[in-house]
Design a protein around this ligand. Structure first.
Ligand SMILES: N[C@@H](CCC(=O)N[C@@H](CS)C(=O)NCC(=O)O)C(=O)O
Length: 218
C-alpha cells in the first residue's frame, strides 16, 4: 500500500494522477498547507522542504512530483507510459518531464506568488517576468504539439502527466489563455478517466484557506 501525502490543488495532483494511471493501491494522507500541517517534525522527515507531494511505500519514501511520476511509471512497465530506457524516444521523454518541473513550474509560480498568492508581498515586475517567461515556454510546447496529440507523438506518456499538470497550473492562474493549442491539448488529457479521478471535486480555492475566498469563481 502506498501513502500519498497531498493537498489539492497542488503538484500533489501529479502524484495522484500517475497513481491512478498505473492502477496502484494507495491511501491519501491530507497535509493541510494553510493550517501548517507540513511543518511537523514527522512530515519534515519525509519531505524536508515541507511541501507536497510525498509518497511512502513498503520499500521507500520519496518526494518531488516529477521523480514520483518517473518512478511509479518505471514500476509499472506494463502500462506503456514511458519509452524503453536508452532509446531516442526515452531522451525526449526525460527532456519534457524535466522541462515541466524546471522550466514551466517556476514561471507559473513566479506569476502566482507575485499576483495571486494571498497575504504575499506582490511584485508587479516579477509577476510580469513570470508571465513573459511562461509565454516563451508555452510557445515551445505549442510548437511541439502543432502536429501531434501528445508530447511524444501519438501515444500518451508520463510526459503528458507532467506537462498536463503544468497546463492545469497555467489554467488556474489564467496564463494559458494566449495559447489555444495548449488549451486544446489540456482539454484532451482531461478526458482521461485517471485524470478525472485525480482532479475531480478539487476545491480550486482550498489553498487560500478561508471561507470567503471559496465564494469566488475563476
Ligand atoms: N519541486 C517540488 C515542489 C513542491 C512544492 O513546492 N509544492 C507546493 C505546493 S504546489 C507546496 O507544498 N508548498 C508548501 C507551502 O505552500 O507551504 C515538487 O514538484 O514536488
Amino acid at each position: 500500500m502506498i501513502e500519498l501525502f497531498e493537498f489539492p490543488p497542488t503538484r500533489s495532483q501529479r502524484a495522484k494522477w500517475v497513481l491512478e494511471e498505473v492502477g496502484a493501491a494507495y491511501e491519501s494522507r491530507s497535509i493541510n498547507l494553510p493550517n501548517g500541517e507540513q511543518d511537523t517534525d514527522a512530515y519534515r522527515a519525509l519531505q524536508p522542504l515541507g511541501a507536497v507531494p510525498a509518497i511512502r511505500t513498503d520499500r521507500y519514501a520519496m518526494f518531488e512530483s516529477v521523480a514520483i511520476v518517473l518512478q511509479l511509471i518505471d514500476e509499472h512497465p506494463e502500462t506503456d507510459l514511458a519509452p524503453r530506457p536508452g532509446t531516442p524516444e526515452r531522451a525526449a521523454y526525460y527532456q519534457w518531464c524535466v522541462f515541466a518541473g524546471t522550466e514551466i513550474d517556476p514561471t507559473v509560480m513566479m506569476f502566482f506568488d507575485n499576483s495571486m498568492r494571498p497575504e504575499a508581498a506582490h511584485d508587479k515586475n516579477m509577476a510580469e517576468k513570470g508571465r513573459r517567461d511562461f509565454a516563451v515556454r508555452a510557445q515551445i510546447l505549442s510548437n511541439v504539439l502543432h502536429d501531434r496529440p501528445y508530447m511524444l507523438g501519438d501515444t500518451f506518456t508520463g510526459a503528458d502527466i507532467l506537462i498536463g499538470h503544468s497546463c492545469f497550473m497555467a489554467t488556474l492562474t489564467g496564463l494559458i489563455g494566449d495559447f489555444p493549442r495548449l488549451q486544446e491539448y489540456f482539454a484532451q488529457v482531461q478526458q482521461r478517466p485517471a485524470y478525472r479521478r485525480a482532479y475531480d471535486g478539487i476545491d480550486l480555492f482550498a489553498w487560500k484557506g478561508d471561507q470567503d475566498a471559496k465564494t469566488h469563481s475563476t
